[in-house]
Design a protein around this ligand. Structure first.
Ligand SMILES: *Cc1c(COP(=O)(O)O)cnc(C)c1O
Length: 389
């Protein structure tokens, strides 16, 4: 196998991605469409490569957060449908139409803007109407007293010239939470969504082609919410409890190498602030992985990386470009040896727990100077780094 060694790199296992895709496909059944969420550079995995893979696998839709993310895919050979979940400035509507990108419509003001611009451009913008059923973020608010008004607003949007309302969707706020009350909240959101959809469909005498709401949590545990399409992100990349329960594989493994090793006497302060003091003769390794690479600084002095000889703890503060690890009882680990920060042997979920965050934030924090190395069947097929060179 070709060497993957770099300063610091993220191995992206496309075989794991296709495995996960196929497993999720089996789980949801053949009649449900699959929308792969590839916003935020496919959760740090590299949106172009991940989308190419999903396109080849036969996914039905991709979801991104902005027109820039959508255009990146279009410029790189992705021809399948793409939905922008977030805000697009009205000036960009012509480009949406020209590149056949679907836009979420999140409120009346945006619906009018999109319609006016589409008419001005002389085309039709494909849209999915967003319903706010309890996330309290984007979408037509339809809860309680707002129901009739929300339904009216959606009907009006569907009737606007220049817009083709292909779909309608909502987003669950607590479908991935565990505990009392969460299930009821999601059930309520789902019921409200279904009520809104049927009211609009009745009033307008049309059927939306694609109704969707299931994120990772619902894709795993709430089949009744699948409707026409599911929309998982994290699950696809193989992280979190639902991925574990489905037997999915983590797609990203973050690796670095040992750059320097030194032996310090007892009572030596290690790194900024001197918060770590050696209690004995200590063999310290420096690894070129710091918070500018995405190593959350709050993990300072708390985290263990994975060496060929097991876990090695981080000593003292994580610096911008590097950090120090204790290799005292690992004489076999030398300069140039590979270290796994998180991945197959060192689960990202554990890292997220220690940092008091979620796997989402950790993969999104992987910075642009970290090489992405793509593997298929254990072979390197592509490598890229997002620096201007
Ligand atoms: C991010 C996002 C998703 C995917 O969420 P996961 O928890 O990663 O499955 C689905 N829908 C919308 C609207 C989103 O913003």
């Amino acid at each position: 196998m070709k060497s993957t060694l770099k300063r610091t790199w993220a191995e992206i296992d496309l075989s794991a991605l296709s495995y996960n895709y196929k497993k999720i496909r089996e789980h949801i059944g053949d009649d449900v469409m699959f929308c792969g969420v590839v916003k935020a550079d496919a959760y740090g995995h590299g949106a172009v490569m991940i989308s190419e893979c999903l396109q080849d696998l036969g996914a039905d839709y991709l979801a991104v957060s902005s027109i820039d993310e959508a255009m990146e895919l279009r410029f790189n050979g992705i021809t399948m449908p793409i939905l922008i979940l977030g805000h697009t400035p009205r000036e960009q509507v012509g480009r949406l139409i020209c590149f056949n990108i679907t836009q979420a419509v999140t409120c009346e003001a945006k619906a009018i803007e999109y319609s006016e611009e589409a008419v001005r451009y002389g085309g039709t913008l494909k849209v999915h109407i967003k319903v706010d059923t309890g996330m309290s973020r984007l979408g037509y608010i339809c809860e309680g007293d707002y129901f009739e008004h929300g339904v009216e607003g959606i009907c009006d949007a569907c009737a606007l010239p220049g817009l083709d309302a292909e779909g309608i969707f909502t987003h669950f706020a607590v479908a991935d939470e565990d505990g009392d009350g969460y299930r009821e909240y999601t059930d309520h959101q789902f019921k409200l969504f279904c009520d809104v959809v049927s009211s609009v469909e009745q009033k307008r005498g049309i059927d939306f082609k694609i109704k969707h709401c299931a994120n990772t949590g619902a894709t795993y545990s709430l089949p009744q919410t699948y409707l026409d399409m599911v929309r998982p992100g994290l699950l696809l990349y193989g992280y979190g409890e639902f991925a574990r329960k489905l037997g999915l594989r983590p797609v990203m493994t973050m690796k670095t190498t040992v750059s320097t090793i030194k032996i310090y006497p007892p009572k030596t302060r290690i790194s900024y602030g001197g918060i770590y003091v050696t209690d004995k003769q200590t063999r310290i390794g420096v690894i070129p992985y710091g918070y500018a690479d995405g190593f959350l600084r709050c993990l300072s002095d708390k985290y263990e990386v994975y060496t060929s000889d097991g876990a090695a703890r981080v000593c003292g503060r994580i610096c911008m470009d590097m950090c120090m690890i204790d290799l005292t009882d690992k004489p076999g680990v030398g300069v140039g040896d590979e270290i796994e920060i998180f991945g197959k042997n060192n689960p990202i979920e554990k890292m997220a727990d220690i940092a008091g965050t979620i796997p989402y934030e950790i993969v999104c924090a992987v910075s642009k100077r970290v090489h992405r190395v793509y593997l298929k069947d254990g072979e390197v097929i592509h490598s890229e780094v997002m620096l201007r060179m």
